[in-house]
Design a protein around this ligand. Structure first.
Ligand code: ATP
Ligand code: MG
Length: 214
C-alpha cells in the first residue's frame, strides 16, 4: 500500500450537502459547491432541492419536478456532484435538520457532513428549527463574496449562538456571489438575456417549458 492510500484510509470521509430552492439553479450555486468541494476535500456534493421551503411560504415557486430536472441538468457534467430527491419526496415542510439526520444515518461511522450555504442563509439559520442540534450534526460552509464584512456577520451570529456553535460555521470566499435566482426569474419575465448566469442546458429548459413568464 502506498502512502497516498494510507492517508486516504485515515482521512475521514467528508460529504457536502447543498440545499436550495434552485428555482433556477445558477452559476453561483455551482461555483460555490465546486469551490467548497475542492477546498474542504469533499468526496462529493449532494444537491438537495427543497420540497416546501418553510421560509418561502406564500411565494410562488416552480413545480418541484422542474426544479429537480434543472438541478440534474446543471450538475450532470461534474462527477463529484449528485442530486437527492429526499426533500422532494418527503411530505410536508422541509427542515434542514431532518435532511441532515437523513444523510447522517446513511453515512459511515466517523464521516463528516458539511452543509454549504450562502452567508445570507446563515443569518436565517439561527431562526431555523433546532439550530444547536444542526450545528452539532454538521459543519456549515458559508459562502461570501470577496470583501464581505465577516466581523459584522460574526457579531450578529453571536447574539444567538455560543462561541462553540459559531466555530461550526466556516466562511468561504466565492467570486460568483452576485448571481441570484430572483434576478434570473425577473430577467426572463422582462425578456432580458440570462446567458452565462446559468448553464445553457438550464437556460434551454426554462425557455422550452415557459418558466418565469408570469
Ligand atoms: P432566490 O433569489 O429565489 O432566493 P437564490 O439565488 O438565493 O434564490 P436559493 O435556491 O434560494 O438561490 O439558494 C440556495 C443556497 O445557495 C442558499 O444557501 C443561498 O444562500 C446560496 N446561494 C444563492 N445564491 C448564491 C450565490 N450567488 N453564490 C453562492 N451561494 C448562493
Ligand atoms: Mg435565496
Amino acid at each position: 500500500m502506498g502512502i497516498n492510500e494510507i492517508i486516504n484510509l485515515q482521512r475521514k470521509k467528508r460529504i457536502g450537502i447543498m440545499g436550495g430552492t434552485f428555482d433556477p439553479i445558477h452559476q453561483g450555486h455551482l461555483v460555490t459547491a465546486e469551490t467548497a468541494r475542492s477546498k474542504f476535500l469533499l468526496e462529493k456534493v449532494i444537491f438537495v432541492p427543497s420540497g416546501q421551503p418553510p421560509h418561502k411560504k406564500g411565494k410562488v415557486i416552480s413545480n418541484k419536478e422542474a426544479r429537480y430536472l434543472m438541478t440534474v441538468l446543471a450538475t450532470s457534467g461534474n462527477p463529484y456532484f449528485e442530486v437527492s430527491r429526499v426533500e422532494l419526496d418527503r411530505p410536508g415542510e422541509s427542515y434542514a435538520i431532518d435532511t441532515v439526520k437523513y444523510f447522517r444515518s446513511k453515512m459511515e461511522e466517523g464521516s463528516e457532513l458539511f452543509f454549504i450555504t450562502g452567508a445570507d442563509a446563515i443569518l436565517e439559520i439561527v431562526n431555523w428549527k433546532s439550530v444547536e442540534e444542526l450545528l452539532e450534526c454538521c459543519t456549515f460552509i458559508a459562502a461570501t463574496r470577496p470583501g464581505f464584512d465577516l466581523g459584522a456577520l460574526r457579531d450578529k451570529l453571536l447574539e444567538k449562538l455560543t462561541v462553540n456553535h459559531l466555530q461550526k460555521i466556516i466562511p468561504l470566499e466565492v467570486p460568483a456571489m452576485a448571481i441570484s435566482s430572483t434576478d434570473i426569474r425577473e430577467k426572463v419575465k422582462k425578456g432580458l438575456t440570462i446567458k452565462y448566469l446559468l448553464p445553457v442546458e438550464v437556460e434551454n429548459f426554462i425557455y422550452k417549458n415557459n418558466l418565469y413568464k408570469n
